[in-house]
Design a protein around this ligand. Structure first.
Ligand code: 5GP
Ligand code: ZN
Length: 134
């Protein structure tokens, strides 16, 4: 209970009862909680989106669920609707940025380049994007 007094462990999330756990050791949970600053471009009770600190394209936004889950498959198992919410947010952010085309990517596992183990959807756009990716 000591941790609870030092850090708000919970964020509101309507689809999962009143509150869902965040992880006080997780970078993106800290951003969701407002403990680490980020340029937030979209927020509702289930989703937070913020600019990537090392952008790989003119638009590079990270779209995250407001609950702590390690990767996309875990999120989809927990809630297909919350997984869909990330893509709906991606569409809205892309439209706001005037993007007619964009890429959405989940990296899963260190081998695929995942470095933050809180599921996040990369939204990339604003330049030509090659295929296959590196
Ligand atoms: P991953 O490599 O896990 O797929 O994506 C993690 C992303 O988080 C990377 O693109 C990285 O640049 C970004 N990132 C790492 N630390 C921070 C941070 O403190 N703030 C923000 N806004 N992005 C971060
Ligand atoms: Zn987290």
């Amino acid at each position: 209970m000591q941790v609870l007094q030092q850090w708000r462990l919970f964020a509101p999330c309507s689809r999962y009862g009143n509150y869902v756990a965040l992880d006080p050791n997780c970078l993106f949970c800290k951003i969701i909680n407002g403990d680490i600053p980020a340029h937030i471009v979209f927020r509702n009770e289930n989703v937070v989106a913020f600019n990537d600190i090392v952008p790989q394209a003119p638009t590079h936004v990270l779209i995250v669920p407001t609950l702590h889950v390690e990767n996309a498959a875990g999120l989809a198992k927990m809630s297909p609707t919350l997984t869909a919410d990330l893509f709906v947010a991606a569409g809205e952010i892309a439209a706001t940025n005037g993007l007619t085309g964009y890429r959405t990517v989940f990296n899963t596992g260190a081998e695929a380049g995942q470095s933050v183990f809180h599921a996040h959807l990369h939204l990339l756009g604003g330049r030509g994007l090659a295929w296959p990716p590196g």
